[in-house]
Design a protein around this ligand. Sequence first.
Ligand SMILES: Cc1cc2nc3c(=O)[nH]c(=O)nc-3n(C[C@H](O)[C@H](O)[C@H](O)COP(=O)(O)OP(=O)(O)OC[C@H]3O[C@@H](n4cnc5c(N)ncnc54)[C@H](O)[C@@H]3O)c2cc1C
Length: 421
Amino acid sequence: MPTVDAGDVATSIYEPRHACPSMVDRIDTCDVLVVGAGASGLWSAAELAPDHDVLVVDAGEVGAGASGDAAGFVTAFSDWAPSPDAVAHSIAAFRALDGRHGFTFYERPYVELARTAAEGAALRETYDPLFERPGYDVEYLDAAELSARWPGRFDLDGVDGGLVKHESGIVAAEAYLHALASTARECGVRLRTNTTVESVVVEDGSVVGAETPDGRVDADVVVCTAGAGTGPLVEWVDLPVRRFVYSNLRVEADAPLDDAYPMVYADDVWWRPEPGRPRTFLVSGGTYFLAPDDGPPRDPPAAYRREVRTVLEGLAADVETATAVPGSYQPCTTGCVTTPDGLPVLDAPAAAPDGLVVATAVTGGISVSPFTGAAVRSLVTGADPPVPLAPFAADRFDEPPADFRVDGIREPLSGANPDSE
Ligand SMILES: Cc1cc2nc3c(=O)[nH]c(=O)nc-3n(C[C@H](O)[C@H](O)[C@H](O)COP(=O)(O)OP(=O)(O)OC[C@H]3O[C@@H](n4cnc5c(N)ncnc54)[C@H](O)[C@@H]3O)c2cc1C
């Protein structure tokens, strides 16, 4: 029987939602119900499957949320630099999954460009824990060294240098999710798609299952990995999150790109080659908070398109004029959520009923999805996590304002996206 250390919970505050449980329609029973078949939920399920009966449900299909829209840059993003063991755990997992169920992990360095020496020094300081970690290969190259490493690929006027993270790679989101779902099934996980969890059911201070439109699922533990849909399911927890979008565009390259071309970041724009498509870059960026009632923009925001043009035409020698491939704009269909410090909530919160585990607001959440799964396993079983989970506690903030800011995410495009062209 899985146990969750949810702290000292006063059971009397949790009223059963249904007075006559025996009258309730049950559609399934499991030890652990995972809500959300994105990268976080599928890894959590696979981690728990060896010693639990695990059911994953998703309101849509596998990858219906942010995971299915991801651009597939896998690296240690700066928020994760203080947790090198979480990064290393994840990279090892991507390497282990490579070649299984049609999935390929394309090993590719990730280069983060710095315009000035001061920016370069700040990058080195941020990533110091990775420089320090044995076995993690990272270096800072000046502009001349970058040009020598990738001859003819970059115009580096006005660039001091770049941090090169070698333990990085590219994934195709669809293939990744397919491989995760197949791996989870192989481990005995059951998946139920097109099933929305409407609420978590609690009796006597403990989770006993969840309600869906088809009936109840009985479960000793409910793991909420529902991305932007997590908040309404965990009413006991004050989740400090704001919704935002990322955007992807495909841009034509003037010359074929070879396997040596790295992933690159500069000035809020990420670009990478696309294995199997030698004449295009996948470009990510355009991160904006969403106003409470707004959905993602229908068209690429003009500011994002200008940024893509400026950065690629300025720095990528293979792009004379940045031309977007028609129809390639891909925002988050469901939106993403972030916390004030950019780190996720990975917790069995003391304020919640026993048996409720929350794993949400994972930005760069493809890159660390294996770690998220391991963290969830430790929250359910009490096993040691790859890194201490205190930095991810739900109650680590002192009531942040609802409109808190986060570096790198712009304020909302108002109304019906007037910033689009
Ligand atoms: C355009 C874009 C580009 C990105 N690029 C990258 C990248 O290059 N690298 C990277 O590391 N990260 C990237 N990300 C971020 C990454 O995709 C997310 O951090 C990650 O996918 C979050 O995974 P998740 O499983 O936690 O959430 P999601 O993938 O959002 O999964 C949540 C799931 O829960 C389901 N759900 C929600 N509510 C309910 C409910 N009530 N009942 C049942 N099911 C429910 C949803 O249908 C969904 O399938 C990108 C995101 C976007 C949108």
